[in-house]
Design a protein around this ligand. Structure first.
Ligand SMILES: [Zn+2]
Length: 383
C-alpha cells in the first residue's frame, strides 16, 4: 500500500450481481428454520445444529444486528425485520450501490416476480434462463422425441428475446464431461424419462445421453442468439458429485471451433477448482469466471481464491456475483463483503508490485460491474 494514500476503497463503485436466485414471495415472514437454511448449502434443516457455528452465519448475524439495531440472535433479527419491512432493505441495497441483478429463475421454483424485485430494490433485474428446467417442463407435453427437441430449441430462442443469459446445471446431474451421443441413445433416454414421469415419477432429467444432447442444443441456441451460457461448476449442495463438476472437463467443448465464439461463464469460481477456472479463463478467450457463492460464504477467506484468480486471469474475465437467494438484504451484505475482499486482494498485489493503485481501481470497476455489462450487453445502469 503506498504511503499516505489510505487503503484501496471500492465502496463508491456500482455493482452488477451476475448470479442471484429468486427472493421468497414474502421475504419478511420467515421461520427460524428457513432463516438458518439460507446460510447453508446442506439439505433443508439437516445442518440446524451447525449453521450457527459457521463464519458466514456469525458474520451475517452481527451485520444484520447492526443494521436493525438488535442483538445478533435469530429471534430478535426475525422479529425486527418483520416490523421494519422493506424500508431497511431499500436503504442497505441502495448503500451497496447495486445497479443490476441477473436472476437464475430455475431455483427455487416459486419466488417473488422479477418486476416486484426491481421495484423493491430499485435496481435493474434481468432474467437468466435455466435450460434443464425448460426441458423438464416440456416433458409434461409428452411429445415424441423429435417434436420435443424442436419445442426445446424454440423455447430457448423465445426465452433469448427477454433473458440476458442461459444457465446449465448439467454439472449437478451427469457432470461436465459432456460428449456427443448417437441420436438413438438420446431418444431412448427421453422415452425412459417420459415413462418414469407417466408412472408418477419425478420429471427430473438424469440420463446423460439426453442431458448432453440438450446441452449441445443450448450451446447452439446461445451461439445463435449471442447469449452467454452460465455453467454451474465446482461446489454446491450435496447433490453435486464434485469431481464431475471440475470445469477442466469442459475442454472438448471449449476446444471445439463450433463453440469458439460462445461465451461461457464458470459459476462459483468453480471452487475448489478455482485455479483450474483461472487457467481456463487465461487461455480460452470465451471462458469467464463468476465469483459467486465463494463470496459470501468464505467471508474474509475469499481473499486467497481472489488472489489466485487475479494473479492469473485477465481482469476482463472476472465478474462479481453472490448466488444469494430468498432474503434481499443478503444481496447487499454479499456486495459489501465482495468489495472488501476484492479491495484486499488488490492491495495484496499492489504491495508486491503485481499491479498499480490506478490499475487496481480500474480492475475493481471491471469486476464489480463493467465486465458483466459488456458480456451480457446490459443497458448502462446508474453509476
Ligand atoms: Zn446459483
Amino acid at each position: 500500500m503506498s504511503a499516505g494514500r489510505g487503503p484501496l476503497d471500492l465502496s463508491d463503485l456500482p455493482v452488477v450481481d451476475g448470479h442471484v436466485h429468486p427472493l421468497l414471495p414474502d421475504p419478511w415472514a420467515v421461520s427460524p428454520e428457513r432463516f438458518l437454511d439460507v446460510f447453508t448449502e446442506g439439505r433443508p434443516e439437516t445442518m440446524a445444529a451447525h449453521v450457527r457455528h459457521t463464519g458466514y452465519f456469525s458474520r451475517a448475524m452481527r451485520e444484520l444486528g447492526q443494521w436493525l439495531g438488535t442483538p445478533p440472535t435469530v429471534e430478535a433479527i426475525l422479529e425486527r425485520r418483520l416490523a421494519v419491512g422493506p424500508g431497511l432493505v431499500r436503504r442497505v441495497v441502495a448503500e451497496a450501490r447495486i445497479a443490476a441483478l441477473l436472476v437464475d429463475t430455475g431455483y427455487p421454483p416459486v419466488g417473488m416476480p422479477l418486476a416486484d424485485v426491481g421495484q423493491l430494490l430499485s435496481c435493474a433485474v434481468h432474467e437468466v434462463f435455466r435450460v434443464e428446467t425448460c426441458a423438464e417442463t416440456l416433458l409434461a407435453r409428452a411429445l415424441d422425441y423429435e417434436e420435443f427437441l424442436g419445442a426445446f430449441n424454440e423455447a430457448l430462442r423465445k426465452a433469448a428475446r427477454r433473458c440476458v443469459a442461459f444457465k446449465s446445471i448439467i454439472a449437478y446431474r451427469t457432470g461436465l464431461a459432456i460428449r456427443p451421443w448417437p441420436p438413438a441413445e438420446a431418444r431412448a433416454a427421453y422415452t425412459g424419462a417420459l415413462a418414469r414421469r407417466a408412472a408418477g415419477g419425478s420429471p427430473r432429467l438424469s440420463d446423460k445421453a439426453l442431458l448432453d444432447t440438450l446441452f449441445f442444443a443450448a450451446l447452439e441456441a446461445a451461439t445463435e442468439t449471442g447469449r452467454p451460457l452460465q455453467i454451474h461448476a465446482g461446489w454446491g449442495d450435496p447433490d453435486i458429485d464434485l469431481p464431475a463438476a471440475n470445469p477442466v472437463l469442459l475442454r472438448p467443448v471449449v476446444e471445439d471451433p463450433r463453440w469458439g465464439a460462445t461465451q461461457l461463464v464458470l459459476l462459483h469460481q468453480a471452487y475448489p477448482y478455482v485455479r483450474e477456472a483461472a487457467f481456463m479463463s487465461a487461455v480460452w478467450p470465451q471462458v469467464h469466471v463468476d465469483l459467486s457463492l465463494a463470496i459470501p460464504f468464505l467471508g474474509p477467506g475469499a481473499l486467497g481464491p481472489l488472489i489466485d484468480l487475479l494473479s492469473l486471469a485477465p481482469a476482463t474475465k472476472l465478474m462479481y456475483g453472490s448466488d444469494v437467494h430468498s432474503l434481499p438484504e443478503l444481496i447487499a451484505l454479499s456486495a459489501r463483503w465482495g468489495r472488501a475482499a476484492l479491495a484486499e486482494a488488490l492491495e495484496w498485489l499492489i504491495a508486491r508490485g503485481g499491479t498499480t493503485r490506478e490499475e487496481a481501481r480500474e480492475t475493481g470497476r471491471r469486476i464489480l460491474a463493467d465486465n458483466a455489462r459488456a458480456l451480457y450487453r446490459l443497458e448502462a445502469g446508474p453509476a
